[in-house]
Write a protein that binds this ligand. Structure first.
Ligand code: AHR
Length: 502
């Protein structure tokens, strides 16, 4: 059976915010050290940044870059990470059982962003685990105050005369999680988030603030957490965060392929909760969503370390270095589609993470950097997913999943760029069958197919590795046509598709 949908320029979801294509650099494993920063690497510049990695980061098309954590931020002492490198202290990082040398810190992060390019914007998390209002204000003053105060002058003395201009701030990280250092109840967190937000706005009313939502939709406190936190912070924050990671559970690949069903319901449930609180408060304001951690993540290896007694505090160990398959990339593409389909309310999103740690880019210390399978859907979505998201309601054959019941084989969205070109992003969830697709394009004035790129492989388990870094790349599809206002294509089994129409 053929999957179908209709596109009409009159029916749109909303404008894609460039911040939807953010990512995340945490002091975790080798994301920073031997990831983006490796002074001894042959490609390193004067500031120790790997040029080969920078090139790939630019090609990936990331915008907002969240930093420095993650769980790491709940023990973060920002003042350790600034000033003369030789004087920076070594600290225990309780979150990842590592030693943090502070060789790379706040100034280096800002320098990295500048080199990524003008589209790269800082998104700084503050520590509301072991710290509070005073330290948040100190960091804000150090980072953003132009001059003439103790901490702004200290920044200048450290070599950064110009303020960093950080607008977007996360008020802590995953404070609902019992694993978080300084974990809090929703009431406790709501109060400290509100008071921190109020004080930060006193210094600068133009900051944009993200309150912590739930670490996943399956948290026992989900929704009640958001409602309680927002009741305290509604007028003081701009966003509530969502985090979600997916992996096959008990070998259930069909449910894994439908992970975006959970992601979309998570988004819709958080929107409903935000709007419920807004209605109770009789507020005109809308809280937007910052999906500031999302990805495929095979968590079991980390849980084994977490549950062990090991306390040897290594520096930049190999942690969470998932090697992604074609199957993973198809699910990943579907997660991107879920974000785009909710671009009206999800206005910030960060792929967790950028390099080595559950990342689209991998590196070898002293050696090469390469693209994982997940690199391609992200780069294509960032490049072509800019403009108005069109409302896509699919009529698709379905399949049965253990977790989500009957699910569409087709998952799709479409984005119309300013110049009128349209890009359809589509995933075929069938592991065995090709899926014929027909899209009615009435009113869009499109006449030709500029490109149909596919990521798929006869071996769903195929991946890129150090030994074979280009084993998986997208390839052109055959036979895609546009006749009399109808796009016709065949989506290969288990595939991510980008169809560009002009
Ligand atoms: O991205 C890895 C970790 O996942 C982050 O540090 C944390 O916020 C989440 O649990």
């Amino acid at each position: 059976r053929t999957a179908r949908f209709t596109l009409d320029p009159a029916f749109t979801i909303g404008e894609v915010n460039p911040r939807l294509f953010g990512s995340f650099v945490e002091h975790l494993g080798r994301c920073v050290y031997t990831g983006i920063f490796e002074p001894d690497h042959p490609s390193a510049d004067a500031e120790g940044l790997r040029q080969d990695v920078l090139d790939l980061v630019r090609e990936l098309g990331v915008t907002t870059l969240r930093y420095p954590g993650g769980n790491f931020v709940s023990g973060y002492r920002w003042e350790d990470s600034v000033g003369p490198v030789a004087e920076r202290p070594r600290r225990l990082d309780l979150a990842w059982r590592s030693t943090e040398t502070n060789r790379f810190g706040l100034s280096e992060y800002i320098a990295f962003l500048k080199k990524v390019g003008p589209q790269a914007e800082p998104m700084m998390a503050i520590n509301l685990g072991t710290r509070g209002v005073a330290e948040a204000l100190e960091l804000q003053e150090y980072a953003n105050q132009p001059s003439g105060t103790a901490l702004s002058d200290l920044r200048a003395a450290h070599g950064d005369k110009d303020p960093f201009g950080i607008r977007l701030w996360c008020l802590g990280n995953e404070m609902d999680g019992p694993w978080q250092t300084g974990h809090k109840t929703a009431g406790e967190y709501g109060r400290i988030a509100a008071e921190t937000a109020r004080a930060m706005r006193q210094m600068d009313p133009s900051v944009e603030l993200v309150a912590c939502g739930s670490s996943s939709q399956s948290m026992p406190t989900f929704a009640e957490w958001e409602a309680t936190v927002l009741a305290e912070t509604y007028d003081l924050v701009d966003y509530i965060s969502l985090h979600a990671y997916y992996e096959p559970q008990d070998g259930d690949v069909d449910s894994f392929l439908a992970s975006a069903v959970d992601m979309e319901s998570f988004i819709e449930n958080v929107v409903a909760t935000c709007d419920h609180v807004g209605a109770r408060l009789k507020s005109q304001k809308k809280i937007n969503l910052s999906f500031d951690e999302w990805n495929v993540w095979y968590t079991s290896k980390w849980h084994a370390i977490e549950n062990s007694d090991a306390r040897d505090w290594p520096e930049a160990p190999r942690l969470l270095e998932d090697n992604y398959s074609v199957l993973d990339a198809v699910v990943f593409g579907s997660l991107l589609i879920a974000l785009l389909r909710h671009a009206d309310r999800v206005t910030v999103a960060c792929l967790a993470q950028l390099v080595n740690v559950i990342a689209p880019i991998m590196t070898e210390p002293g050696g090469p950097a390469w693209r994982q399978t997940t690199f391609f859907p992200f780069a294509q979505a960032s490049r072509y997913g800019r403009g108005q998201v069109l409302d896509v309601r699919v009529d698709s054959p379905t399949y049965d999943t253990e977790k989500y019941g009957e699910t569409s084989l087709l998952h799709a969205t479409a984005v119309r760029a300013e110049d009128g070109t349209v890009t359809v992003f589509a995933v075929n969830r069938s592991r065995t069958e090709a899926l014929p697709l027909e899209v009615a394009l009435g009113g869009l004035g499109l006449t030709s197919v500029a490109e149909h790129s596919v990521l798929s492989d006869e071996d769903a388990n195929a991946r890129n590795t150090l030994e074979e870094p280009e084993r998986v790349t997208p390839h052109p599809a055959e036979g895609t046509s546009l006749n009399e206002g109808t796009l016709s294509a065949v989506l290969e089994p288990l595939s991510w598709n980008v169809i560009r129409l002009t």
